[in-house]
Design a protein around this ligand. Structure first.
Ligand code: FAD
Ligand code: A2P
Length: 308
């Protein structure tokens, strides 16, 4: 297989102590009107900053929300994956985008909690300024020789953000290898960037878009359609692709989604995507428990993971 050469990236040009100011140029809703979720595509103008031209697809930016936490300390930064390509949103190097989901939780005592930074960002209007840090992340990247590989990209929720830029870049570079994007979301109303991915799949035979709508669709046996179920339900597409030695696996989104994917890979004996250590190595993948999956089953160099 071609060597996987990750690009050199800039890290933390701007830090929480010395952040930079960026200006909102667009803040639009991505989820449909009737969705119970609120996800927004937010674009920032970074002209004149050192970030311009130095944020790679796959990296994240940090946002410092204003105000203080309950202990009177300034709020900590939160990271958001970049959803624009390395060249910038619409090819404009001074524009960088992300995809933000409002964190909204109701607790048993009827108390409603609104996440500090996601709601701050989602409320902003064009012209508003934010304090930004970054870039951060040195591993969840496309290889320099990206078009030499096939890709299976798993996303849940806003985990789709980095793939928007990555896939745009590879399609524009004329990739002939296959890309499968497996996207999991609760409802049809939450199909993020479907207006981009659906026509792309129509146009390019080597781009496959597999939405998995967990609270609407059911598998033949009645179980939930989580992203990892495609390893069985779309085996005709997935098996030959995953068996190729130049296929890379990407996982982005909900913390905890790796466990199900690793177990499915193990069951399918696709062990080259995993680094399986004892005692997990001595067990059948279906018998891996939480501890095995947390400590002894890790991604191999062919698997790239960003979960939060
Ligand atoms: P917070 O205020 O930090 O709350 C988070 C959770 O903490 C709440 O849901 C709640 O359960 C609990 N909590 C905290 N304080 C209280 C309290 N006082 N009372 C009750 N409960 C409380 N998110 C995206 O939307 N898009 C992305 O592209 C994205 N990319 C990421 C990339 C990386 C590498 C990482 C690490 C994270 C990424 N995230 C992304 C997550 C993001 O960084 C934030 O964690 C997320 O937006 C929630 O932040 P918040 O400030 O809104 O919520
Ligand atoms: P569900 O919520 O029906 O259990 P979002 O971030 O927009 O809520 O989307 C996350 C998606 O990931 C949902 O469809 C959610 O399904 C699904 N999901 C939840 N847990 C897992 C898991 N362990 N593995 C894969 N997908 C999961």
């Amino acid at each position: 297989m071609s060597e996987i050469k990750l690009p050199e990236v800039e890290l933390n040009i701007y830090t929480p102590r010395e952040p930079v100011e960026a200006v909102i140029v667009e803040n639009r809703i991505c989820t449909k009107e009737s969705s119970p979720n609120f996800v927004r595509h937010v674009t920032f103008d970074i002209s004149g900053t050192e970030l311009e031209g130095h944020v790679q697809v796959g990296q994240s930016i940090g946002i410092l929300p204003p105000g203080e936490d309950e202990n009177g300390r300034p709020h900590k930064l939160r990271l958001y994956s970049v959803s624009s390509p390395t060249k910038g949103e619409d090819g404009q190097a001074h524009l960088v985008s992300t995809t933000v989901k409002r964190t909204i939780e109701e607790f048993d005592n009827n108390e409603l909690y609104l996440g500090v930074c996601s709601n701050y960002l989602a409320d902003l209007q064009p012209g508003d300024k934010v304090k930004m840090t970054g870039p951060s992340g040195r591993r969840f990247l496309l290889p320099e020789n990206a078009t030499d590989f096939n890709y299976v990209m798993f996303a849940t929720g806003t985990g789709i953000a980095p793939y928007r830029g990555m896939i745009k870049e590879m399609i524009e570079a004329g990739i002939e290898n296959d890309i499968v994007l497996v996207f999991g979301c609760p409802y049809r109303t939450d199909l993020l960037y479907a207006d981009y991915f659906e026509p792309l799949a129509e146009e390019y035979d080597n781009f496959h878009y597999l939405p998995h709508i967990s609270r609407e669709a059911r598998r033949a046996d009645g179980t939930k359609k989580y992203v990892q179920t495609c390893l069985w339900d779309a085996a005709e597409l997935m098996d030959p692709l995953l068996e190729k030695e130049n296929t890379l696996l990407y996982i982005c989104g909900l913390k905890g989604m790796e466990a199900g994917i690793y177990q499915a890979l193990g069951q399918k004996k696709l062990n080259e995507y995993l680094d399986i250590r004892e005692p997990a190595a001595g067990k059948k993948p279906e018998d891996w428990d939480e501890k095995d999956l947390k400590r002894y089953v890790k991604p191999s160099p062919r698997t790239f993971v960003e979960v939060y």
